[in-house]
Design a binder for this molecule. Structure first.
Ligand SMILES: NC(=O)c1ccc[n+]([C@@H]2O[C@H](COP(=O)([O-])OP(=O)(O)OC[C@H]3O[C@@H](n4cnc5c(N)ncnc54)[C@H](O)[C@@H]3O)[C@@H](O)[C@H]2O)c1
Length: 358
């Protein structure tokens, strides 16, 4: 049984493609404090099919027309990365709050321009780093911040699986595609080194920052063999803690995201699952206070819904933003670009010094 709050955020979803079909449309409808008011997609056939399933109050083929709708408070932008910043800028100019898919954009400059625009408004912009809403990850962060004392080191990893489509084909509805879908010029997915960093690295970097704070420098090594791409990254956090990030896309084995954090008064070990299982990461936090491991059940781990609820709570009730802010989006972009530059040069790269894209 769905129960809804009396006060709800009125959302228009831009994009009726796979990510909206698998997550945003259903998640908006299920969120306790949001309503799916509109769907917008330039592809009329897709729009009609998604409207028939999800029954928004209205539909738009024109984004500007949806933004002009006074009964919409916020938009979710679920389209190709290359379009994120321009479409988010347009939404802010129309006075709408924005939940934009990760990564925030494709270059440091455009992300920073967006940050400057957000600063001129009272609007909330959140980036779709849904892992922050995994109950295990959130539990680890609270433990690290409130009980672990000084952090010494963090290791985090993210491995996609050669077999993930066998799993996702079962977990997700059959995707509806359209020949009319609006896509960026060329094929941004053709350059896999770049595409994998943007699409998967954006999660890894954000999780590391969410847990251990600002990253100031990286030194990365890269390997590509038999259709697999691997990055081993040494990280310096602003706190002085050391970090190590592994990104391997894909591996011969199961999908896995995880981390270990070592601190003064405790440690954390976490293993996360393919997000489409909507299952909380298995997270154990050892506390020196009681010499016990602590774990959360996380019965509601629909992270795509929880991120909408967090977004709506920030807007409707001024609650602190648990989701990634525009600052976090810029920082993640800088980290990914720094990793790419370090792979090219072999040298350590300061995040403050990078420009351009991955
Ligand atoms: N958070 C996650 O776990 C996760 C998982 C998968 C994908 N994503 C993100 O989702 C995004 C890609 O989503 P997708 O695969 O559904 O994209 P897609 O390109 O397949 O579909 C986007 C849809 O939006 C429509 N569209 C684009 N621009 C439009 C405009 N200006 N006006 C009207 N309609 C427009 C297109 O017609 C298309 O139907 C990427 O940013 C990716 O990183 C996130």
């Amino acid at each position: 049984m769905l129960t809804k709050d009396a006060q709800r955020l009125r959302i228009g979803v831009l994009g009726a493609g796979p990510i909206s079909q698998f997550a945003h449309l259903d998640a908006t409808r299920k969120a306790r404090n949001a309503d799916l008011v509109a769907i917008c997609d330039a592809a009329e056939d897709l729009l009609a099919r998604m409207a028939a399933v999800h029954q928004p109050t209205r539909t738009y083929t024109d984004y500007a027309a949806m933004l002009a709708d006074p009964e919409i408070d916020a938009v979710i932008i679920g389209v190709a990365d290359q379009f994120h910043v321009a479409l988010a800028q347009q939404a802010l100019a129309a006075g709408k709050h924005v939940l934009v898919e990760k990564p925030l954009g494709v270059s440091v400059e455009e992300c920073e321009a967006l940050r400057a625009s957000v600063a001129t408004t009272q609007l909330v912009l959140q980036v779709g780093n849904n892992r922050r809403f995994d109950p295990g990850v959130a539990f680890a962060r609270t433990f690290i911040h409130e009980q672990m004392g000084q952090v010494m080191a963090l290791k985090a990893w993210y491995y996609d699986s050669f077999y993930r489509y066998t799993m996702t084909d079962n977990l997700q509805p059959i995707p509806q595609l359209s020949a009319q879908a609006r896509r960026p010029a060329g094929n941004p997915k053709a350059d896999k080194q770049r595409y994998f960093m943007l699409t998967h690295g954006s999660h890894l970097v954000d999780t590391a920052r969410f847990l251990a704070g600002e990253i100031v420098q990286v030194q990365a090594r890269f390997i590509q063999r038999f259709d697999a791409y691997g990055w081993f990254v040494a990280v310096d956090f602003a706190s002085g803690a050391l970090g190590h990030l592994d990104l391997i896309i894909p591996i011969q084995g199961d999908f896995e995201e995880g981390f270990q954090v070592f601190g003064e008064q405790g440690s954390v070990v976490a293993r996360g699952y393919l997000p489409w299982y909507h299952k909380s990461s298995h997270v154990e936090c050892f506390s020196a206070r009681d010499r016990q491991y602590h774990r959360v059940l996380g019965e509601d781990s629909y992270t795509y819904k929880l991120q909408i609820e967090g977004f709506a709570d920030a807007i409707l009730h001024g609650k602190p933003q648990q989701g990634a802010t525009v600052e976090d989006g810029v920082a993640a972009m800088r980290a990914m670009v720094a990793i790419a530059r370090s792979v090219e040069s072999g040298a350590p790269v300061q995040l403050a010094e990078v420009s351009g894209g991955v």
